[in-house]
Design a protein around this ligand. Structure first.
Ligand SMILES: *Cc1c(COP(=O)(O)O)cnc(C)c1O
Length: 224
């Protein structure tokens, strides 16, 4: 099947209409995304700022670009003028930089707070307590050029489905805690979780966005 057929099939068979698909095109060439675009799908995700900016330049402007990966503060400037959503906000230092760059281009940049839910040490993310402390602070209240739209997390890379279920459940719990504390407005509604290997579990647990790459575009080749 072609990439565009994969996407159409995935959208019609695999995910409910209230869950957004972020088609993760990282490392994939422009031509392949052009082909994916013919499916009608318009939401794509990348994890490197410069690659994202290059693809934005080269491709149709009605694509909604999501930054899904770990972000370095000095790279925010490349994507601030156009990015639709930054999923991986894992520090308040980063959030402040995003705010500053948003101010420069007169935009309010949509962000998700990334939480550390995996047992693995390697995954980035905040914990609930530090997030609440920061959100209550004056430092946070002055950030006018960011819009916190929800939470994002990555489960442990494991065959053990119970582990994945419980980690995603933890993220939903964090989302509810923040929502019920009414720190945020109605835009705070997204739970971004689930990738090629675990999107089914994520949807069962209440994901509103799944980030799926290799299942749609084929395996990534990092060695070339
Ligand atoms: C690469 C990546 C994905 C997609 O991974 P696949 O396993 O190819 O679906 C999702 N989320 C993040 C943060 C990623 O870096």
């Amino acid at each position: 099947m072609s990439v565009s057929e994969n996407i159409k099939h995935f959208l019609s068979e695999e995910i409910p209409s209230n869950v957004k698909l972020i088609a993760v095109s990282k490392t994939k060439p422009i031509e392949l995304i052009e082909e994916a675009y013919t499916s009608g799908h318009r939401i794509y995700g990348e994890n490197k700022a410069q690659e994202l900016a290059g693809k934005y330049e080269a491709l149709p402007k009605d694509i909604e670009w999501h930054m899904i990966g770990h972000m370095q503060t000095n790279k925010v400037k490349y994507i601030a003028p156009f990015v639709s959503l930054i999923h991986g906000v894992d520090s308040f230092k980063l959030l402040k930089v995003i705010n500053k760059e948003g101010e420069k281009c007169n935009r309010k940049i949509n962000c998700l707070l990334q939480f550390h839910i995996a047992k693995e040490e390697t995954k980035f993310g905040l914990d609930l307590k530090e997030a609440i402390e920061f959100i209550k602070s004056d430092d946070f209240s002055i950030l006018k050029n960011v819009n916190i739209c929800g939470v994002m997390g990555m489960a442990t890379y494991t065959e053990n489905e119970d582990t994945i279920h419980s980690e995603f459940r933890e993220l939903v719990h964090i989302f509810n805690e923040l929502k019920n504390s009414s720190f945020f407005n109605d835009d705070f509604k997204e739970i971004s979780m689930g990738m090629s290997g675990d999107y089914k579990i994520a949807i069962e647990e209440g994901a509103t966005m799944v980030r799926v790459g290799s299942l749609l575009f084929g395996a990534r080749n990092y060695t070339k």
